[in-house]
Design a protein around this ligand. Sequence first.
Ligand SMILES: Nc1ncnc2c1ncn2[C@@H]1O[C@H](COP(=O)(O)OP(=O)(O)OP(=O)(O)O)[C@@H](O)[C@H]1O
Ligand SMILES: O=C(O)C1=C[C@@H](O)[C@@H](O)[C@H](O)C1
Ligand SMILES: [Mg+2]
Length: 196
Amino acid sequence: MDTATKKRAANVRHLIGDQTIALVGLMGAGKSAIGKKLALALKLPFVDADTEIEAAAKMPVAEIFEAYGEPEFRRLEASVIKRILESGPQVLATGGGAFMSEATRDIIHENGISLWLSADIDLLMVRVSKKTTRPLLKNPNPRAVMLDLMEKRYPVYAKANIEVASEDLTKDEMARNVINALDDHLSQHTRKDQPA
Ligand SMILES: Nc1ncnc2c1ncn2[C@@H]1O[C@H](COP(=O)(O)OP(=O)(O)OP(=O)(O)O)[C@@H](O)[C@H]1O
Ligand SMILES: O=C(O)C1=C[C@@H](O)[C@@H](O)[C@H](O)C1
Ligand SMILES: [Mg+2]
């Protein structure tokens, strides 16, 4: 990390206080990959909601979908995220569908800030093609599924406090852009008379 980014990361760490930075976005947007790098740069714990859900259910996400169906997965997801948000400061990679719940959005914004990693369809499809375990994409036409999700979800993801567009950048470049965006946002929105 260059010196300027290190300084901005230290500033973000100071301004974030005990809040959670929640990454939102579609499958393949980089919530887990960039989230880990961000946490490392900010010297904060990294928590992945999907991993926590798997630990709570003692089975992989795909099996929860198969055994209990998506509505039950969503209930579990909401309760796990609620529990995670009790223990900031941290970087949280939410699951791709979590931010669609109004209750989850509210609880994220009561306990921290949300950052949307937006991306275009071609980039997402390249990224998700590396893994075949995502239950929603076990479909003869995963691109059509992804386009449908983009249409439904992008207006909701747009409610996030910050958007960072994933162009075809390396993970380190993306992490740097995320740190800069967080620093810009927090510098503008944190009251100067309030201890951060
Ligand atoms: N900027 C990047 N450059 C190159 N590869 C990337 C980048 N961001 C993410 N990736 C890769 O793309 C794949 C998907 O990323 P990741 O698993 O972080 O997505 P996600 O948003 O967590 O998706 P999901 O909602 O399915 O968990 C991973 O293999 C990851 O290493
Ligand atoms: O976009 C979604 O709805 C999902 C994304 C993943 O993170 C997992 O939470 C699960 O595969 C569902
Ligand atoms: Mg992930």
